[in-house]
Design a protein around this ligand. Structure first.
Ligand code: KIV
Length: 289
């Protein structure tokens, strides 16, 4: 167990996020989808864990996040909640779980809290989500916004490219950020937008911005864990810093395992159970009879 894990930490809340912004303290966030990874993140003192719908791409093998369902999200939220006790846990509302009606938005947010064990929810979009955000917050559920590259709109954008690169789009994004803040969001993820725009938005807001591909001027950063661990290898966005090479490490381990079995090196005597000679002799006698 690491040194940091031995220090008992106070549960992080959405209020902690707001206080950290006031104090000029940077916020760290990572995505997780299972209990063990969440536990390790808690040991590492990560401030917040997002059970992102990136689940669809980095765990479930889909091309986009659009196939992820509420049941998928609940399954993985429950696992993360069992693993992490300190980090603020945020559950992503999947595609079509909040866009069709305000009732759906509130009910599905409530499920992520009540069944999934999350403390807050995240949804994608700007002004068009203001009414749903206010209704979810009125039910006592903290909401995080998400602007810029919103992957549930991949078909509208025509890919996963950088957003808000024109003056008009940048102005609209700032307006959306202010609308999300006025609607009650406790924070906003800014994904794949120019760094100077993200820095300006972060300065104009009282609530923290969490950047992913949005530069160092945000109040915090989030990365998709399998990206930063070098585990997800299908493609790596420019903004990902790889802190490990787990894909290579795992492939080497699996290949060595196969080679050990083929050569008879595994299992060795240290991996093998035995019985006493007396019991074995008795066994032979019984079998012979
Ligand atoms: O689903 C996700 O992992 C996300 C992050 C990229 C912010 O929304």
């Amino acid at each position: 167990m690491s040194h940091v894990a031995e220090v008992k930490r106070k549960k992080i809340s959405t209020q902690t996020f707001l206080q950290m912004k006031k104090n000029g303290q940077k916020i760290s966030m990572l995505t997780a989808y299972d209990a063990q990874t969440a536990e390790i993140m808690d040991e590492s003192c990560v401030h917040s864990i997002l059970v992102g719908d990136s689940l669809g791409m980095v765990v479930l093998g889909y091309e986009t996040t659009l196939q992820v369902t509420m049941e998928d999200m609940l399954h993985h939220c429950k696992a993360v909640a069992r693993g992490a006790k300190t980090a603020l846990l945020i559950g992503d509302l999947p595609f079509l779980s909040y866009q069709i009606s305000i009732q759906d938005a509130v009910r599905n947010s409530g499920r992520l809290i009540q069944e999934g064990g999350m403390q807050a929810v995240k949804l994608e979009g700007g002004r068009e989500r203001a009414e749903a955000i206010r209704a979810i917050i009125a039910a006592g559920i903290p909401v995080m916004g998400h602007l810029g590259l919103t992957p549930q709109s991949v078909n509208k954008f025509g890919g996963f490219g950088v957003q808000a690169t024109t003056a008009l789009a940048a102005q609209r994004l700032l307006e959306d950020a202010l609308i999300l803040q006025n609607s009650g969001c406790f924070g906003i993820v800014l994904e794949s937008i120019p760094a100077r725009l993200a820095a300006l938005v972060s300065k104009r807001l009282d609530i923290p911005t969490i950047g992913i591909g949005a530069g160092a001027g945000c109040d915090g950063q989030v990365l998709v864990a399998p990206d930063m661990l070098g585990l997800f290898s299908r493609f790596t966005p420019k903004f990902v810093k790889k802190y490990a090479s787990l894909h290579d490490t795992m492939r080497e381990a699996f290949s060595s395992y196969v080679a050990d079995i083929e050569s008879g090196t595994f299992p060795g005597t240290e991996h093998t159970y035995e019985m006493s000679d007396a019991e074995w002799e008795e066994t032979i006698k019984l079998i012979k009879e």
